[in-house]
Ligand binder design. Structure first.
Ligand code: G6P
Length: 473
């Protein structure tokens, strides 16, 4: 197996500081889990930002570095200005809303392009420094769209893959970006560019044609005398570990407590990063509509929404939080009684056991983003239901919808339609729930995160390297 050189904005770790002690723990996210084995087995390194470590003492920092080295991670520290201009600025104020079709969230005048380019240079420099002949380099996500091109300039013969974890928008949208050409050329430095869904591949190809006059021949693009491949690789989750967790006694105990405290109430659950792409306000309005329409459900329905704090320094996120807070307050004020509160809202992150208990204990899971590259919560929910029960209500604008056809698919902009779907889910007979969940679980288990990593890497490593290829006509 060739050595893997992984490059992503964030390292797959969390640095935990408790009083005097500091520790580095592996994150539980999809990418971290899926890549941990190939990363270790190949003997390669993972380059990325370990998060804000500015408050650590020198001794603590040395300890962190030692632990990172043990995990074969190479830290790239972002300065405060890089955090605000590269990470919060261009990545999350421009590219994130753009790729999610939210042009009105982008600042009128962007001043952070330079910081984005320079930070991408730093990632490329560090990756090139750690590169050994024969390595496979795999760059991840929109924060690093220029890195493949920068690496190609430094390492003309390297094998480079890039995966875009968020949607790639239609060419109409992408073309509004003043720096569209630089970004496209940056991506084309890769040998293989991966997206979650076929529609994103189509959008990318359309944009290449429109902006650079490049034709895509099935999955092949000729660019500057090289062949670049594109493909759809739907990311999965570590389904086996969710299934195991969902059967642990501690989780079953928690589910029992959840049900006992609910006093027979039907449960709806939503779990998201608090992000304006997740469609939480309309989801809340849909729950409100259900309560409005069915007085019999008042006091008999509880919606637990977990919102994990995210990118809190970006104004759009702070404003979104206010909108959500206000709606939750309004619904609870209107439909709460002294004995019951319809919306149970948690603004914090939960550990895996707590999450799986909610997946396992709910009647209905609401995953209704207005736009989402894939959405792994939908898959985690199904993997956590070995009892083959529970109904998934899923947005048709999540990448996952292309695969999870047995969910109740909804338009997240249609509040009435979502209210209908919630009612349908609550009334669905057990045999239908079971049938749908069985089909969903089969897909989630077959196309898990290990399958995703293997299909991307097999494809990338199966391509002839630049040095092996005959020159193009
Ligand atoms: C999305 C992006 C990832 C990002 C994650 C968390 O899933 O595709 O690249 O790491 O959100 O966001 P954060 O800004 O905290 O890294």
């Amino acid at each position: 197996m060739p050595r893997l050189l992984l490059v992503s904005n964030r390292l797959p770790v969390t640095v935990k500081v408790e009083k005097d002690s500091v520790s580095v723990v592996r994150s539980a996210g999809g990418l971290a889990t899926g890549l941990s084995q190939p990363h270790e087995r190949s003997g390669g390194v993972w380059i990325g930002w370990p998060g804000d470590v500015s408050r650590l003492t020198d001794t603590q920092r040395t300890r962190v570095e030692q632990q990172l080295a043990d995990l074969r991670c190479v830290p790239l520290y972002l300065s405060a200005s890089e955090v605000s201009r590269f990470y919060e600025g261009y990545s999350n104020r421009v590219l994130w809303p753009l790729c999610h079709y939210m042009l009105d969230r982008i600042p009128r005048q962007d001043r952070d392009w330079d910081a984005y380019r320079k930070a991408n240079e730093r990632f490329a420099d560090l990756a090139a420094k750690h590169y050994q002949k024969g390595d496979t380099i795999w760059v991840h996500d929109y924060q690093l769209m220029l890195v493949p091109g920068m690496l190609r300039a430094r390492l003309p013969h390297a094998r480079i893959g890039y995966f875009h974890h968020i949607p790639f928008p239609s060419s109409e949208i992408f073309s509004t970006l003043p720096r569209r050409t630089e970004l496209l050329k940056g991506l084309l430095g890769a040998d293989l560019i991966g997206f979650h869904a076929v529609s994103y591949v189509r959008h990318f190809s359309g944009t290449l044609l429109r902006q650079l006059g490049l034709d895509t021949d099935v999955d092949r693009i000729l660019f500057q005398g090289r062949e670049v491949r594109v493909g759809a690789f739907a990311m999965g989750i570590d389904a086996a570990s969710f299934e195991t967790l969902a059967q642990e006694p501690a989780v079953m105990e928690e589910v029992k407590t959840l049900h006992a405290r609910s006093h027979g109430e039907r449960l709806l659950v939503g779990i998201d990063r608090l992000d304006y792409t997740k469609g939480i306000p309309r989801r809340l309005l849909a729950v409100q509509r259900v309560l409005e329409r069915s007085p019999a459900l008042r006091g008999r329905l509880r919606f637990i929404q977990v919102a994990v704090p995210s990118r809190t320094e970006v104004q759009a996120y702070a404003e979104y939080r206010e909108t959500v807070d206000e709606l939750v307050g309004r619904i609870n004020g209107t439909y709460g009684t002294v004995h019951s509160t319809p919306v149970h809202y948690l603004y914090r992150s939960l550990n895996e056991k707590q999450l799986v208990s909610l997946y396992r204990g709910t009647d209905v899971m609401l995953v209704t983003p207005v736009r989402d590259g894939m959405n792994l919560v939908a898959k985690e929910f199904c993997a956590s239901r070995p009892d083959e029960d529970g109904v998934l209500v899923l947005s048709e604008f999540a990448g996952a919808a292309a695969e999870m056809r047995d969910a109740l698919l909804v338009n997240p902009y249609d509040v009435e339609g979502m209210a209908d779907a919630i009612e349908e889910a609550l009334e669905m007979p057990r045999p239908e729930r079971q049938h749908r969940m069985r089909c969903l679980r089969a897909g989630v288990k077959a196309r898990d995160v290990h399958w995703w990593v293997a299909s991307f890497l097999d494809r990338l490593q199966g391509l002839k390297s630049v040095a092996e290829r005959p020159p193009l006509p």
